[in-house]
Design a protein around this ligand. Sequence first.
Ligand code: ADP
Ligand code: MG
Length: 256
Amino acid sequence: MSQVAQAPSSSAAVNNSKSRQPILRLVGIEKVYGTVTNPLTVLRDIKLEVQEGEYVAIIGPSGAGKSTMLNILGCLDRPTRGAYFLKGDDVAQMNDAQLSHIRKTRIGFVFQSFQLISHLSVLENVELPMFYARISKRQRRKKCMEIIERVGLGKRWKHRPNELSGGENQRAAIARALANDPAMILADEPTGNLDSATSTEIMSILHELHDSGRTIVLITHDQEIAAAAPRRVSLRDGQLDNDTHNQAPSATEVHP
Ligand code: ADP
Ligand code: MG
C-alpha cells in the first residue's frame, strides 16, 4: 500500500485541506435564464474551489444567485457555460442517470422548507434514500434509527411532519440527508423558517457534521450564522466578490 503523502507532522493539521483534491471546482461558471432575445444572466464567471472537509457559507442578498449556484453544485441544474468538477470528474460529461446517482450517493440536501413527505413518518422519510439505494429493510431500519438518534429525534421517529415543530422537521431533513452517508451536505437557508434558538440548534448539528469530516456548503443571508462558518464566500449580482477564511495560524506563524 502506498504511504499517505508526507507532510511535516507539526503543520499537517494546518495544511491538511490544501494537500487534498478539491471536492468542488467551478471554473468560469455562467447561468443564463430567459430567452435568447431576453436573457437573464444570473451567475457570471464563478470560480470556486472547495476542499474536502471544508465548511463554506455562501452569503448574499436575495436574488444574488445563491440558490442557482447551490442547484448547480448539487447537480440539480446544469450551468450554461463553464466547467464544474466534482472530485475531479467533469459534471458536464455526465448524463442524467449519472447525475442522479451522484445526487443520491455523494450529496445530502437540506432546504429551508424541509421538503419532507407529509404522509410518511420521520423514520420512513429518512429511509427513503436508502430504499432507492436498494438497501435491505433490516439494514435501513438500524442505520436510520442511529441517524435519527444522532439528530436528537429518537423519541419522535414515528411522527409525521405535521406533528412536529419546524426545528424537528429540519432535524428529520438533516437525518434524511445523511441516510446515504454523503461526503457533502448542501444546505439552502436551512434556518430560514426557524426562530433563533432553534436555528442555533440546527446550526450546531451542521457544525458537528463538519467536525466529523463532512464538507458543508451552506447558503444563508443571516450574518450571524455566516460569521460562525470557517469560510465565507459572498455572491453579489451573480458574481463572487469576497472569499474570507478564519485563518488557522500558518506553519510559519506558529514558530516564534
Ligand atoms: P437567491 O437564492 O440568491 O435569492 P436565486 O438563485 O434564487 O437567488 O435567483 C437569482 C435570480 O435568478 C433571480 O433574479 C431569480 O428571479 C432568477 N431565477 C431563479 N431561478 C429561475 C428560473 N428557473 N427561471 C428564471 N429565472 C430564475
Ligand atoms: Mg435562494
